[in-house]
Design a protein around this ligand. Structure first.
Ligand code: GUN
Length: 274
Protein backbone atom coordinates (compact mmCIF):
# COMPACT_ATOMS: atom_id res chain seq x y z
CA UNK A 1 0.00 0.00 0.00
CA UNK A 2 1.18 3.52 -0.71
CA UNK A 3 -0.39 6.18 1.48
CA UNK A 4 -2.41 9.00 0.00
CA UNK A 5 -0.64 12.20 0.94
CA UNK A 6 -3.03 14.64 2.61
CA UNK A 7 -2.44 18.04 1.01
CA UNK A 8 -2.63 20.44 3.97
CA UNK A 9 -1.51 23.31 1.77
CA UNK A 10 -4.48 22.88 -0.57
CA UNK A 11 -7.00 22.52 2.29
CA UNK A 12 -5.53 25.56 4.06
CA UNK A 13 -5.93 27.52 0.81
CA UNK A 14 -9.64 26.61 0.65
CA UNK A 15 -10.12 27.91 4.22
CA UNK A 16 -8.08 30.99 3.38
CA UNK A 17 -10.49 31.82 0.54
CA UNK A 18 -13.46 31.44 2.91
CA UNK A 19 -11.76 33.80 5.38
CA UNK A 20 -10.92 36.30 2.61
CA UNK A 21 -14.59 36.45 1.70
CA UNK A 22 -15.67 36.99 5.35
CA UNK A 23 -13.08 39.74 5.85
CA UNK A 24 -14.15 41.52 2.65
CA UNK A 25 -17.60 41.96 4.22
CA UNK A 26 -16.29 43.49 7.45
CA UNK A 27 -16.40 47.24 8.03
CA UNK A 28 -12.77 47.29 9.19
CA UNK A 29 -10.00 44.73 8.73
CA UNK A 30 -9.26 42.44 11.72
CA UNK A 31 -6.06 43.28 13.60
CA UNK A 32 -3.43 40.85 14.85
CA UNK A 33 -0.31 41.71 16.87
CA UNK A 34 2.55 39.23 16.92
CA UNK A 35 5.11 39.79 19.67
CA UNK A 36 8.60 38.28 19.30
CA UNK A 37 11.35 38.52 21.90
CA UNK A 38 14.85 37.87 20.53
CA UNK A 39 15.89 36.35 17.22
CA UNK A 40 15.09 32.64 17.26
CA UNK A 41 15.35 31.76 13.53
CA UNK A 42 12.44 29.28 13.62
CA UNK A 43 10.20 31.95 15.21
CA UNK A 44 11.21 34.44 12.54
CA UNK A 45 10.29 31.98 9.82
CA UNK A 46 6.92 31.08 11.44
CA UNK A 47 6.10 34.78 11.81
CA UNK A 48 6.91 35.36 8.14
CA UNK A 49 4.42 32.61 7.18
CA UNK A 50 1.77 34.18 9.44
CA UNK A 51 2.40 37.67 8.01
CA UNK A 52 2.08 36.39 4.43
CA UNK A 53 -1.20 34.57 5.21
CA UNK A 54 -2.58 37.64 7.01
CA UNK A 55 -1.78 39.83 4.04
CA UNK A 56 -3.50 37.47 1.58
CA UNK A 57 -6.64 37.34 3.76
CA UNK A 58 -6.81 41.06 4.56
CA UNK A 59 -5.85 40.94 8.25
CA UNK A 60 -3.72 43.84 9.53
CA UNK A 61 -0.74 42.15 11.20
CA UNK A 62 1.77 44.12 13.27
CA UNK A 63 5.05 42.45 14.20
CA UNK A 64 6.44 43.79 17.52
CA UNK A 65 10.04 42.58 17.43
CA UNK A 66 11.67 43.16 20.85
CA UNK A 67 15.33 42.69 21.74
CA UNK A 68 16.43 39.63 23.73
CA UNK A 69 17.33 42.10 26.50
CA UNK A 70 13.69 43.19 26.95
CA UNK A 71 12.54 42.87 30.57
CA UNK A 72 9.50 40.84 31.58
CA UNK A 73 7.86 44.06 32.80
CA UNK A 74 8.25 45.70 29.37
CA UNK A 75 6.70 42.64 27.72
CA UNK A 76 3.81 42.67 30.22
CA UNK A 77 3.21 46.37 29.56
CA UNK A 78 3.09 45.78 25.81
CA UNK A 79 0.59 42.91 26.15
CA UNK A 80 -1.61 44.99 28.47
CA UNK A 81 -1.57 47.85 25.96
CA UNK A 82 -2.36 45.59 22.98
CA UNK A 83 -5.29 44.04 24.88
CA UNK A 84 -7.08 47.41 24.56
CA UNK A 85 -6.72 47.79 20.78
CA UNK A 86 -6.19 44.45 19.00
CA UNK A 87 -8.59 41.72 17.89
CA UNK A 88 -5.89 39.08 18.32
CA UNK A 89 -2.53 38.88 20.10
CA UNK A 90 0.10 36.17 20.00
CA UNK A 91 3.39 36.08 21.86
CA UNK A 92 5.66 33.81 19.86
CA UNK A 93 7.32 30.93 21.70
CA UNK A 94 9.99 30.15 22.78
CA UNK A 95 10.28 33.03 25.27
CA UNK A 96 13.24 33.68 27.59
CA UNK A 97 13.22 31.52 30.72
CA UNK A 98 10.56 32.67 33.23
CA UNK A 99 8.63 34.83 30.73
CA UNK A 100 5.91 32.32 29.78
CA UNK A 101 3.45 33.51 32.44
CA UNK A 102 3.04 36.66 30.29
CA UNK A 103 0.84 34.55 27.98
CA UNK A 104 -1.82 34.48 30.70
CA UNK A 105 -2.13 38.29 30.50
CA UNK A 106 -3.59 38.06 27.01
CA UNK A 107 -7.36 38.49 27.44
CA UNK A 108 -9.06 35.15 26.58
CA UNK A 109 -11.09 36.81 23.78
CA UNK A 110 -7.81 38.11 22.21
CA UNK A 111 -5.95 34.80 22.75
CA UNK A 112 -5.93 33.61 19.15
CA UNK A 113 -3.29 30.94 19.94
CA UNK A 114 -5.81 29.36 22.35
CA UNK A 115 -3.14 28.93 25.04
CA UNK A 116 -4.89 30.79 27.90
CA UNK A 117 -6.04 28.57 30.81
CA UNK A 118 -9.62 29.79 30.32
CA UNK A 119 -9.62 28.75 26.66
CA UNK A 120 -7.99 25.40 27.49
CA UNK A 121 -10.57 24.91 30.27
CA UNK A 122 -13.40 25.56 27.83
CA UNK A 123 -12.26 22.56 25.78
CA UNK A 124 -12.74 20.38 28.87
CA UNK A 125 -16.17 21.92 29.45
CA UNK A 126 -17.11 21.72 25.75
CA UNK A 127 -18.17 25.37 25.76
CA UNK A 128 -17.23 27.77 22.96
CA UNK A 129 -13.81 29.38 23.22
CA UNK A 130 -10.70 30.02 21.19
CA UNK A 131 -9.21 26.65 20.19
CA UNK A 132 -5.45 26.07 19.90
CA UNK A 133 -4.51 26.24 16.23
CA UNK A 134 -2.71 22.93 15.57
CA UNK A 135 -5.40 20.77 17.25
CA UNK A 136 -8.15 22.77 15.51
CA UNK A 137 -6.27 22.32 12.22
CA UNK A 138 -6.08 18.54 12.69
CA UNK A 139 -9.84 18.31 13.36
CA UNK A 140 -10.47 20.38 10.21
CA UNK A 141 -8.06 18.22 8.14
CA UNK A 142 -9.81 15.02 9.24
CA UNK A 143 -13.22 16.49 8.53
CA UNK A 144 -12.32 17.90 5.09
CA UNK A 145 -10.70 14.61 3.97
CA UNK A 146 -13.71 12.51 4.98
CA UNK A 147 -11.90 10.83 7.88
CA UNK A 148 -14.63 11.04 10.50
CA UNK A 149 -13.12 10.10 13.92
CA UNK A 150 -16.49 9.05 15.38
CA UNK A 151 -16.18 5.59 16.96
CA UNK A 152 -12.60 5.19 15.70
CA UNK A 153 -9.58 4.22 17.77
CA UNK A 154 -7.44 7.35 17.78
CA UNK A 155 -4.00 7.15 19.33
CA UNK A 156 -2.19 10.39 20.17
CA UNK A 157 1.56 10.11 20.76
CA UNK A 158 2.69 13.10 22.85
CA UNK A 159 1.10 14.91 25.79
CA UNK A 160 2.13 18.54 25.25
CA UNK A 161 -0.10 21.40 26.36
CA UNK A 162 -0.12 22.85 22.86
CA UNK A 163 -0.94 19.71 20.85
CA UNK A 164 -1.21 16.31 22.59
CA UNK A 165 -3.55 17.16 25.45
CA UNK A 166 -5.91 19.56 23.61
CA UNK A 167 -6.24 17.35 20.49
CA UNK A 168 -7.09 14.40 22.75
CA UNK A 169 -9.81 16.41 24.48
CA UNK A 170 -11.23 17.78 21.21
CA UNK A 171 -11.44 14.25 19.78
CA UNK A 172 -13.30 13.10 22.89
CA UNK A 173 -15.96 15.83 22.60
CA UNK A 174 -19.56 14.90 21.91
CA UNK A 175 -20.13 15.12 18.16
CA UNK A 176 -16.52 14.12 17.40
CA UNK A 177 -16.78 10.95 19.48
CA UNK A 178 -13.42 9.25 19.03
CA UNK A 179 -12.08 6.63 21.44
CA UNK A 180 -8.80 8.24 22.45
CA UNK A 181 -5.59 6.74 23.83
CA UNK A 182 -2.69 9.02 24.74
CA UNK A 183 0.87 7.61 24.70
CA UNK A 184 3.98 9.39 25.96
CA UNK A 185 7.63 8.88 26.84
CA UNK A 186 6.80 6.65 29.81
CA UNK A 187 4.29 4.42 27.99
CA UNK A 188 5.46 0.84 27.93
CA UNK A 189 5.05 -0.85 24.55
CA UNK A 190 3.98 2.17 22.50
CA UNK A 191 3.98 -0.06 19.41
CA UNK A 192 1.12 -2.15 20.80
CA UNK A 193 -1.11 0.94 21.15
CA UNK A 194 -0.07 2.56 17.85
CA UNK A 195 -0.74 -0.64 15.92
CA UNK A 196 -4.40 -0.52 17.09
CA UNK A 197 -4.95 3.02 15.81
CA UNK A 198 -7.35 3.77 12.97
CA UNK A 199 -6.08 7.35 13.22
CA UNK A 200 -2.57 7.91 14.61
CA UNK A 201 -1.52 11.43 15.61
CA UNK A 202 2.19 11.89 16.34
CA UNK A 203 3.30 15.07 18.13
CA UNK A 204 6.53 14.50 20.04
CA UNK A 205 9.23 16.50 18.24
CA UNK A 206 11.64 13.65 17.44
CA UNK A 207 12.26 12.23 13.95
CA UNK A 208 11.51 8.53 13.34
CA UNK A 209 9.44 8.16 16.55
CA UNK A 210 6.85 6.15 14.63
CA UNK A 211 8.09 3.57 12.11
CA UNK A 212 6.36 1.30 9.63
CA UNK A 213 6.12 -1.60 12.11
CA UNK A 214 4.02 0.55 14.46
CA UNK A 215 1.28 1.41 11.95
CA UNK A 216 -1.87 -0.58 11.21
CA UNK A 217 -2.25 -1.13 7.45
CA UNK A 218 -4.56 1.53 6.02
CA UNK A 219 -4.43 3.83 9.08
CA UNK A 220 -4.63 7.61 8.76
CA UNK A 221 -1.39 9.09 10.13
CA UNK A 222 -1.21 12.74 11.15
CA UNK A 223 2.42 13.79 11.58
CA UNK A 224 2.66 17.00 13.62
CA UNK A 225 6.48 16.98 13.92
CA UNK A 226 8.61 19.82 12.61
CA UNK A 227 12.24 18.76 12.98
CA UNK A 228 15.09 20.62 11.32
CA UNK A 229 17.75 18.02 10.37
CA UNK A 230 20.76 17.89 8.03
CA UNK A 231 18.38 16.29 5.52
CA UNK A 232 15.97 19.22 5.79
CA UNK A 233 12.59 19.52 7.51
CA UNK A 234 11.18 16.15 8.64
CA UNK A 235 8.27 15.04 10.79
CA UNK A 236 8.06 12.53 13.65
CA UNK A 237 7.31 9.51 11.44
CA UNK A 238 9.82 7.62 9.33
CA UNK A 239 9.59 7.72 5.55
CA UNK A 240 8.61 4.03 5.27
CA UNK A 241 5.28 4.71 7.06
CA UNK A 242 4.09 5.60 3.54
CA UNK A 243 4.29 1.90 2.63
CA UNK A 244 1.70 0.93 5.25
CA UNK A 245 -0.57 3.89 6.03
CA UNK A 246 -3.74 4.59 4.04
CA UNK A 247 -3.22 8.34 4.31
CA UNK A 248 -0.45 10.51 5.71
CA UNK A 249 0.22 14.20 6.24
CA UNK A 250 3.59 15.08 4.69
CA UNK A 251 6.15 17.33 6.38
CA UNK A 252 6.30 20.01 5.15
CA UNK A 253 2.88 20.68 3.62
CA UNK A 254 0.60 18.75 5.96
CA UNK A 255 -0.33 20.08 9.40
CA UNK A 256 1.88 23.22 9.25
CA UNK A 257 -0.24 25.24 6.79
CA UNK A 258 -3.37 24.23 8.75
CA UNK A 259 -1.93 25.70 11.97
CA UNK A 260 -1.35 29.03 10.24
CA UNK A 261 -4.80 29.21 8.65
CA UNK A 262 -6.57 28.23 11.91
CA UNK A 263 -4.75 31.11 13.60
CA UNK A 264 -6.17 33.41 10.91
CA UNK A 265 -9.60 31.86 11.46
CA UNK A 266 -9.36 32.63 15.19
CA UNK A 267 -8.44 36.26 14.40
CA UNK A 268 -11.44 36.65 12.07
CA UNK A 269 -13.70 35.07 14.72
CA UNK A 270 -12.28 37.35 17.46
CA UNK A 271 -12.86 40.42 15.27
CA UNK A 272 -16.40 39.41 14.37
CA UNK A 273 -17.32 39.17 18.08
CA UNK A 274 -16.22 42.75 18.86
N1 GUN B 1 6.05 28.70 18.50
C1 GUN B 1 5.90 27.62 17.68
N2 GUN B 1 4.60 27.46 17.35
C2 GUN B 1 3.92 28.46 17.96
C3 GUN B 1 2.55 28.84 17.97
O1 GUN B 1 1.67 28.19 17.38
N3 GUN B 1 2.24 29.94 18.71
C4 GUN B 1 3.17 30.65 19.41
N4 GUN B 1 2.79 31.72 20.11
N5 GUN B 1 4.46 30.32 19.42
C5 GUN B 1 4.83 29.23 18.68
Amino acid sequence: MTANLIDGKKIAKEIELELQSKVSQMATPPTLSVVQVGDDPASTSYIRAKANAAERIGINLTHHHLSSKTSKKELENLVNKLNKTEDGIIVQLPLPYGFESVLDLIEPENDVDGFHPINLGKIVQETSGMKPCTPAGIIELLSRTGNNPSGKNVVVVGRSTIVGKPISLLLLQKGIDATVTVCHSRTSDIQKFCKEADILIVAVGYPNTVTKEMVKPGAVVIDVGVNRTDEGLVGDTSFDVRDVAGALTPVPGGVGPMTVVMLMSNVVEAASKK
